[in-house]
Design a protein. Structure first.
Ligand code: TYM
Length: 336
């Protein structure tokens, strides 16, 4: 059985980008039944920027509940909080000693985030990809389903694993990214040159997984388009980035390809297309929202899942960590 692992930061409410780029694919891969899956709320990652403690707690539970509402809790999956498994941070420290400053300086996400916030750049923000590598390698993951923005972090993870294996022998499995064909890079509805992000100050730029149907429809209707008026994906023309983004969303939500979509809306304007796109998103999110409502009232169940999962995660991650420590030359711990 192959191993899948992925996570989402607890730094904001989840967006449609998180869903179409990541969680939807986790669910599809999980349903496939061929994988042992580890999904976690990356709370350690989220403190690379300052968090309000009460909000962090609330959001962490919200994300955990959304994972379960998305159906990830069924079967043999483990769904846990990163901070409940100390092996992530321990392995993160080790891997940081096998990762060069230059490699981390090239990370575009670090450059983007630090550019926006010079006064508050912490060393945690800089070394964040090392912790992400530890998340993945601790479980010997084969496949890591993520959106396109995480590709570079995964490449770094692979480089560090190959380096470590080169020095100490086969210790880590080299993970492959799984980046979906459609939905890997959902852009802001207001500025399609920027990725849709939960930290966008303009709330019309993103759709939240828990947005109400009329809010979703309003945001889609307000989404920027162009004056061409033709519903056809056109990667060549940067002015068409807004409609391209909506077509990608519609495609990821319905499973229809670009050609089918162009055919469906031939001769129809953006108004009709936006209506259909809004309805498609509402339809995709409705079962998730309904199940979220139900699970929010079953806190005991949610707690039981993350508690049991964290135990399983500690056990699995500890196996890797013990092997790593031994290879490095640390004295084995005597259990009394
Ligand atoms: P995060 O929290 O920024 O995003 C979670 C997942 O959602 C995807 N995503 C998107 N996909 C398409 N379009 C978008 N606009 C969009 N925005 C976000 C991300 O690619 C990601 O898959 N470092 C990670 C969290 C993490 C992780 C890991 C992931 C920590 N450790 C280990 C995988 C494996 C992050 O910040 O994702």
């Amino acid at each position: 059985m192959q191993t899948i692992l992925s996570g989402v930061q607890a730094s904001g409410h989840l967006t449609l980008g998180n869903y179409l780029g990541a969680i939807k694919n986790w669910r599809e891969l999980h349903k496939d039944g061929r994988y042992r899956c580890w999904f976690f709320v990356a709370d350690l990652h989220s403190i690379t920027v300052r968090q309000n403690p009460a909000e962090l707690r609330e959001r962490s539970i919200e994300i955990m509940t959304l994972y379960l509402a998305a159906g990830l809790g069924q079967g043999e999956n483990s769904i846990f909080f990163q901070s409940h498994v100390p092996q992530h941070a321990e392995l993160g420290w080790v891997l940081g000693c096998y990762c060069n400053l230059g490699e981390l300086s090239r990370m575009t996400q670090f450059k983007d985030k630090s550019g926006k916030n010079e006064a508050g750049i912490t060393s945690g923000l800089f070394t964040y990809p090392v912790l992400m590598a530890a998340d993945i390698l601790a479980y010997q993951a084969d496949l890591v389903p993520v959106g396109a923005d995480q590709k570079q972090h995964l490449e770094l993870c692979r480089d560090v694993a190959v380096r470590f294996n080169g020095i100490y022998g086969e210790t880590f499995k080299i993970p492959e990214p799984f980046i979906p064909k459609e939905g890997a890079r959902i852009m802001s509805l207001q500025d399609p040159s920027m990725k849709m992000s939960k930290s966008d100050p303009n709330s019309n730029g993103y759709i939240l997984l828990l947005d109400k149907p009329d809010t979703i429809m309003k945001k889609i209707k307000r989404a920027v388009t162009d004056s061409v008026g033709e519903v056809r994906f056109d990667a060549e023309n940067p002015e068409r980035a807004g409609i391209n983004n909506l077509i990608s969303i519609y495609s990821a939500a319905t499973g229809k390809d670009f050609e089918q979509i162009a055919h469906e809306f031939e001769g129809k304007g953006y108004g009709a297309f936006k209506q259909a796109a809004g309805e498609a998103i509402i339809d995709v999110l409705a079962p998730l929202q309904e199940e979220y409502g139900r699970l929010s009232n079953d806190k005991e169940y949610v707690r039981s899942v993350y508690t049991k999962s964290a135990e399983q995660a500690r056990e699995a991650a500890q196996k890797t960590l013990a092997d790593v420590y031994e290879r490095i030359g640390f004295i084995p711990k005597e259990e009394r």
